[in-house]
Design a protein around this ligand. Structure first.
Ligand code: ZN
Length: 149
């Protein structure tokens, strides 16, 4: 059921086109994200990795409404809420580690690209040839160490 319908670049793009969007909010301490209508809520000031991990966690909930949404009765009869959260987190981390999916999600939901590990480096690294372009200027300084290798 889940293997047959993986999260893809196209499915992420389709969610954004359907009107899903991201809003940053101050959420209570233990909550990092959530879903309200077609809005993905992310806690303000998460670290770059936490932001992207949480985004993908919520994307998994949205992508599998039948099996991995806590609101679905079918899901709750198959899995407990804790199992749903664990499976969702695992699938979300797996998808985020794919640099093509990460790049698509950040682009589709108009978030600021952040480089903090291998997947995000592959998704957003700036190559020397791109440095002359205006879009590279404001990220050059934050990524300077990465440009050295
Ligand atoms: Zn969840």
């Amino acid at each position: 059921m889940i293997q047959d319908n993986p999260i893809t670049v196209e499915s992420i793009d389709a969610l954004a086109k359907k009107g899903w969007y991201v809003q940053f909010k101050s959420l209570c301490s233990s909550l990092k994200g959530g879903i309200v209508e077609n809005k993905i809520l992310l806690k303000e000031n998460l670290s770059p990795y936490e932001r992207d991990k949480t985004l993908f966690h919520e994307l998994v909930h949205i992508h599998y409404p039948t099996y991995l949404s806590c609101k679905s009765e079918r899901a709750l009869s198959l899995f407990t809420e804790l199992q749903i959260e664990a499976i969702t987190e695992w699938l979300g981390r797996k998808a985020r580690a794919d640099h093509l999916l990460l790049r698509e999600a950040i682009k589709s939901f108009e978030l600021e690209p952040q480089v903090y590990d291998q997947a995000s480096y592959r998704a957003f690294r700036i190559v020397k040839e791109q440095l002359a372009f205006p879009f590279a200027q404001d990220i050059i300084y934050s990524q300077l160490p990465l440009l050295m290798d």
